[in-house]
Design a protein around this ligand. Sequence first.
Ligand SMILES: [Zn+2]
Length: 332
Amino acid sequence: MAQINSSSGGGRGSFDQAAFRRAVDELKSQVPISGVVGRAIVLKRAGKEWKGCCPFHSEKTPSFTVIDALEFGHCFGCGWHGDIIKFVMDREGCSFREAYQRLANDDLPKWTPQERAKAQAEERLERLAFEQDARKFFKEGVPLAGTPAATYLRARGITITAPECLRFGMIPSWRNKETGEWGRKRPALICGAADGTGAVVGIQRIFFKNDDPATGKADCKLSLGSIKGSALRLAPAGEAVVLCEGPEDGLSVMQEGPGLPVWVPFGTSMMPSVEFPPIVRRVIIAGQNNTAGRVAVNKAAIALADRGLIPSFAWPGAQYDDWNDQLRGGGL
Ligand SMILES: [Zn+2]
């Protein structure tokens, strides 16, 4: 593995940076992340993914997932997300450059360009199939008025007319990975996630507790298709966009502030990657009142500022957990 000498290139810092970046990318393309993570924790294969118990938080059921073709690992428990460099940095408490050097000097299993290209092509095919399924379910959905999804929202105090990106449908919550067959259909609020062009590329399915929407309680929220980079656009973007954690929060903010351009990126960790039209300059993050929420929101704000956007914050009243809680508590 080539070593990068930081004094080469006639002392031109930017040149060294570019060469270093290329060396890092090359290393990432040669070393499957499962080889690096697999030295730290026990990984078991699950289809094209690997699963294991997260090394960054305490758990007994594996929620740490590694996908070689995408060159990242993700923990569904604590939200850790990163590539081989970040894994070594966080695991061994070292700098980016040190992590690179350790990996470059290590005798790690490598895959050939052919193996990598094949795995990535398979991954893309699978993603396209998921997007297709998501679009199909979204198209089959109906407007909310008079449906169980409207009952669910009303039980949460939301009475404004829902935009067309929200639909109701009978939809399965799971699919058999082996046979590809979908499970039984259940009533759900279907949220359409649009990419940068405005096309629906994913959905979030909100199922109701005991399939009873009148409780106003969600059983589970499951995504399908491409969620990263996309958002539920509850209103058209202006020069500013308000980002909310979930659809119920977003609708609550719109009900309290009619005309606000609210978007929902399905989780704070997804906020930094949302694709905006060029008109958007400012992003107002409508956060939630708990420590984890505040930390995540601050991280998102830094990432959005790095993209050249101007982030700011809005919080519900201190006595409320979130915006829906505030709406149900009588508003501002
Ligand atoms: Zn974790």
